[in-house]
Ligand binder design. Structure first.
Ligand code: NAP
Length: 525
């Protein structure tokens, strides 16, 4: 049998194949091998040097407006090849079209937003952070904080679940800031990231070295980082802990942003009834969040809280929605939910579910439904399972184990205060959603939950149509969360540029600060 193609890495502005047979990437539905990746033999240190010295210098020579133009050009390249990306996503991620769109179009949309926002920063080369502060008796001697692009590179070590969005949501603010990007995608789904970078580099719309992709092992990447580089990691808490302890971070002070796992919550208003609009919105969103991308979203609802009186009604209503979810081969039009990314993830979901079942029971179990057009012995297709416990206070595992698949746990609460306490037992999450027609309750819940969540998403009947979804990460809003979620911050409009800039205080005479201001612009959100 002939071997599948080895995807080249794209470094120093050109394709460079790794050595050896490489690691195979599979179709998670059919089980067939698709392509292989390798970075063996790649000179990482010189690839990084090229990115810093060539890519970084060329990007920094441009203004924000010019770099925003580069992002717009990248959007054009990607738009023209969307069909190819959908084909890769179907084959390598096993996603139905709607789920591929979240990743592919979500990534392109985010780039487009930063192109628009960057345009508004105009011809500046640096950003002003706040106003001038008088330092002494002499009015003329003042401090001005400024933000300048870091002279290092941005290394992204990404998770497997968003090979497109995971790249572009980080690359857009980095490139707009003038910082070159090297991405190491999660291996099981690296093909889409690799293809997109290859297309953009071949199109010649970015300076050489501005964008690179290294596929396969992450071994040695952190060793090659230098003090002015930044590292953005998305993945599991265990790998995050290794990264935090690496010399690059611990000794060379490489700035690091971590997006890790999260047990996100949904909270139904204590005043809701089974026929209220808030109840229906809650049910819809929980069922949707469980099934979009087969639950492989870091923001997906994992714990759903209802007033105790509505526990059974909510279980029945969510179960009825899940029962309509046909699972199987994404190429079959009858299928609503495709596969997990790999058989290894399938096993991991099964093991995680067994752990949760030590403290919960299945309220709806889709595992009895046959797969459509897929062989259960081969396909990494997991059916949705809604779990429940009547005693969430006594539970431990349910507040601690993130099952990265179509699984959530319904939990009843007895008082508003108890609900907030239970939600906080997630130890810091990316997002909590609140379902209520009462603005006062929503505001109270937002204040209670904001300190332990990067985002509070409130759904009321007025915004039923316009709300953007519990798990959808909009570039306008912060993405990240404290504690267990990694403590990171991404997006949030132009706030994201902060990670790729260095803040300094310039203490000088008014005349010098006036001259400085001529090439800087206020960072307005
Ligand atoms: P993972 O095993 O931690 O892998 C994440 C990335 O780290 C991959 O690129 C992986 O490469 C790389 N990696 C593995 N070991 C490493 C090491 N020792 N040093 C440096 N890099 C290393 O996580 P995963 O299982 O792929 O991702 C799923 C997790 O990501 C879930 O827990 C999910 O919650 C989380 N996630 C969080 C967010 C967020 O924004 N907060 C978004 C998506 C996913 P290989 O693939 O080659 O092993």
């Amino acid at each position: 049998m002939s071997q599948t193609p080895l995807l080249p890495n794209i470094v120093a502005g050109q394709a460079q194949s790794g050595q050896g047979a490489g690691t195979p990437l599979f179709d998670p539905v059919l089980g067939t091998e698709l392509v292989r990746v390798s970075r063996d033999g790649l000179d990482v240190a010189s690839a990084f040097r090229f990115a810093r010295e060539q890519g970084g210098a060329a990007l920094r020579a441009l203004s924000y407006r010019e770099r925003a133009g580069l992002l717009a050009a990248v959007v054009q390249v990607l738009q023209a090849k969307r069909d190819d990306y959908y084909a890769i996503a179907t084959a390598n991620s096993g996603t139905v079209t709607r789920d591929s769109a979240v990743d592919i179009d979500g990534g392109i949309f985010t780039l487009g937003q930063y192109a628009k926002w960057g345009e508004k920063l105009g011809d500046a080369r640096a950003l002003l952070d706040g106003g001038r502060i008088r330092l002494g008796k002499d009015e003329g001697f003042q401090a001005q904080h400024i933000l300048t692009p870091t002279r290092g590179l941005a290394l992204f070590i990404n998770a497997f679940n968003f090979p497109s969005w995971g790249l572009w949501e980080k690359a857009a603010p980095a490139l707009l800031s003038g910082v070159p990007v090297v991405v190491k995608p999660g291996t099981p789904t690296a093909w889409l990231t690799q293809r997109m970078v290859q297309d953009v580099v071949e199109a010649g719309v970015l300076p050489a070295g501005a964008l690179s992709v290294i596929c396969g092992s992450s071994h040695g990447l952190l060793d090659a980082l230098e003090p002015f580089d930044v590292l953005s990691f998305t993945g599991s808490a265990d790998t995050a802990a290794l990264i935090r302890g690496h010399d690059a971070v611990a000794k060379r002070s490489v700035r690091v942003n971590i997006e890790a796992d999260s047990l996100n919550s949904a909270l139904l208003d204590p005043a809701a009834t089974a026929d209220s609009e808030a109840f229906k919105l809650f049910v819809n969103e929980v069922a949707r969040e469980m099934t979009v991308k087969s639950g492989q979203k870091c923001t997906a609802i994992r714990r759903a809280f209802v007033p105790r009186a509505l526990y059974q009604a909510a279980a029945d209503a969510i179960g009825a929605k899940l029962a309509k979810t046909t699972v199987g081969n994404p190429r079959n039009e009858a299928v609503r939910m495709g596969a997990l990314v790999s058989r290894a993830q399938f096993d991991s979901v099964r093991e995680g579910l067994a752990q949760l079942l030590t403290e919960a029971q299945a309220l709806y179990d889709g595992r009895s439904q046959a797969l459509v057009d897929a062989d259960p012995a081969v396909a990494a297709c997991a059916q949705p399972v809604l779990l429940g416990t009547s005693d969430p206070v006594a539970a431990r595992v349910l507040h601690d184990v993130e099952v990265f698949g179509p699984v959530a746990t319904l939990m009843p609460y007895d008082s508003e205060t108890q609900a907030y306490g239970l939600i906080r037992r997630g130890q810091g999450s990316l997002v909590a959603s609140v379902y209520s027609a009462d603005p006062a309750f929503t505001a109270r819940a937002a204040l209670e939950l904001a300190d332990s969540h990067g985002r509070v998403h409130a759904i009321s009947p007025e915004v039923a149509q316009s709300q953007t979804g519990h798990g959808n990460v909009m570039p306008h809003s912060l993405h990240g969360g404290p504690g267990r979620a990694g403590g990171g911050e991404e997006l949030g409009g132009l706030r994201a540029l902060g990670f790729y800039h260095r803040r300094s205080a310039v203490q000088a005479h008014t005349g010098a600060l006036d001259a400085l201001a001529a090439s800087a612009t206020p960072l307005a959100f």
